[in-house]
Design a protein around this ligand. Structure first.
Ligand code: HEM
Length: 123
């Protein structure tokens, strides 16, 4: 596996591990207030990053570009900022981090749409 899909999978798996641990903590404490943040860590982190990694593994030429590395950096930064940002927003600490993470996350998806549209058919 090339570096970009490997790092997408590694980042996604770490999100899953932390997200599941967070879920177990919520279950044990019977405090589900932060469940939207847990859900985003699992879905934008684990599921989305793993899907990106799958694409780059299936289309190795797409994984070798600078854009793929920018995509990786934006996608990982997006979830790392957004998930705690949602938790902070729910806790009344302001929405700035959630907003920044959301923008990085949608920019990463914009890159992915472009990448699939321009390189996906060559697979
Ligand atoms: C060890 C594994 C996990 C545990 C113990 C766990 C636990 C929980 C708990 C306690 C809630 C709150 C439920 C409620 O308040 O009704 C929740 C919500 C949720 N979880 Fe997990 N979870 C786990 C893994 C995952 C994974 C892998 C995903 C997605 C890939 C996921 C997605 C969600 C979603 C979408 C919600 C609903 C959030 C909301 O309604 O705001 N969870 N989870």
């Amino acid at each position: 596996m090339k570096t970009v899909p490997f790092l997408f999978f590694l980042s996604g798996a770490l999100c899953a591990l932390i997200g599941m641990g967070w879920g177990i903590k919520m279950s044990m404490s019977h405090d589900h207030v932060l469940s939207p943040a847990h859900a985003h860590l699992n879905l934008v982190g684990w599921v989305t990053l793993a899907l990106f990694g799958t694409f780059y593994h299936l289309v190795p030429s797409a994984a070798e570009t600078l854009l793929a590395k920018i995509h990786l950096a934006l996608a990982v930064a997006g979830v790392v900022i957004m998930a705690p940002g949602i938790a902070i927003a729910i806790s009344g600490g302001g929405e700035a981090l959630a907003a920044i993470g959301s923008i990085l996350t949608i920019l990463s998806m914009l890159i992915f749409v472009f990448t699939v549209a321009t390189r996906g058919r060559t697979a």
